[in-house]
Design a protein around this ligand. Structure first.
Ligand code: AMP
Ligand code: MG
Length: 295
């Protein structure tokens, strides 16, 4: 193969052609429970109030340091332009997805980061296969993508609200695993966080949305109806976490009652994951040594 061909081939091939597909993942931050692939998992065994042994007083500074790491590594990922990172957030209503995204990705160059929030599907989206709208938003090379809700809604809200027959949503766990495997083999590192809060904590958060005028906009009366399905959601979460934790895209369960802990633990895990990806600045273009810029 000529050099010219080799170059053309590389440009047209998914970035993973020379990336490690089944990556050795860094461990998640202390307190986060990573669901062991292939083993049954009990969500109730995770204490939502845990703080992983972190100190609240030091958490603010520690979070800043993690953001600095994320920002520096993101610049390399962007410059390298070969692989990408997809960070998925799932949680029950008020679980803290928005606050986490605001706190963890603050300071990241907006040009290299895309955040997508998935709501009730549109008529156009419902006319397609369930993964269509998510696949279209997967971050391209060099980007960090954040999913605020995700393809998991199609085995969570859809299941709890009985929007499709059981035989349809049951098939989806395997389809989701195949989809995430496809992404991984295409150079996308898939990092999934489930924010775990207690039922009491949700009550307090809903009450504060009702009481504090600045939070009224966040209050959706439908959340009160959804709260009545708390147990059904916990079962649906447990199944999704158990069936879709894989060696290439494991689920991380984050105790999320304490916001300061949640932010820090997730920021550290994101930074560690980027560090393990080890993005490199590309080689300088040939022939720049000795060049000068004209006046
Ligand atoms: P929020 O995130 O509070 O703005 O609410 C978005 C709503 O959209 C939630 O009630 C989700 O359960 C719902 N939602 C998101 N994705 C889907 C989906 N694929 N099917 C049905 N409902 C969904
Ligand atoms: Mg809501």
């Amino acid at each position: 193969m000529t050099k010219k061909h080799g170059k053309r081939h590389r440009a047209a091939t998914p970035a993973s052609a020379d990336a490690t597909p089944w990556q050795d993942r860094p461990r998640a931050a202390p307190g986060i429970v990573t669901v062991v692939p292939g083993r049954s998992f009990d969500l109730a065994s995770v204490d939502p109030a845990s703080d992983g042994g972190f100190e609240k007083e030091a958490a603010g500074e520690a979070l800043k340091a993690e953001r600095t790491r994320i920002s520096a590594l993101q610049e390399r990922l962007y410059a390298e332009h070969r692989r990408s990172l997809l960070v998925v957030f799932q949680a029950i209503d008020t679980g803290g997805k928005d606050g986490t995204i605001r706190n963890v990705f603050q300071g990241v160059n907006p040009q290299g980061c895309r955040v997508w929030s998935f709501k009730v599907p549109s008529a156009e989206e419902l006319d397609q296969d369930f993964l269509w709208r998510y696949h279209a938003k997967v971050p391209g090379r060099g980007l960090i993508g954040v999913f605020n809700r995700s393809h998991y809604e199609d085995v969570l809200a859809v299941r709890v609200k009985d929007l499709v027959p059981e035989k349809i949503w049951r098939e989806r766990y395997g389809l989701i695993n195949d989809f995430e495997r496809l992404l991984t083999l295409s150079g996308v590192t898939v990092l999934k966080f489930f924010l775990h809060i207690s039922k009491e904590e949700q009550k307090e958060r809903l009450e504060s949305r009702l009481v504090e005028p600045d939070k009224h906009w966040k209050f959706d009366p439908a959340d009160l109806v959804e709260r009545k399905s708390w147990d059904a959601y916990q079962s649906a979460f447990t199944d999704a976490l158990s069936r879709c934790s894989t060696p290439y895209a494991p689920w991380h369960v984050v105790p999320a009652n304490r916001k300061w802990y949640r932010n820090l633990a997730i920021a550290r895990t994101v930074a560690d994951t980027l560090e393990a990806m080890d993005p490199q600045f590309p080689e300088p273009k040939p022939g720049i040594a000795g060049l000068t810029v004209s006046d």
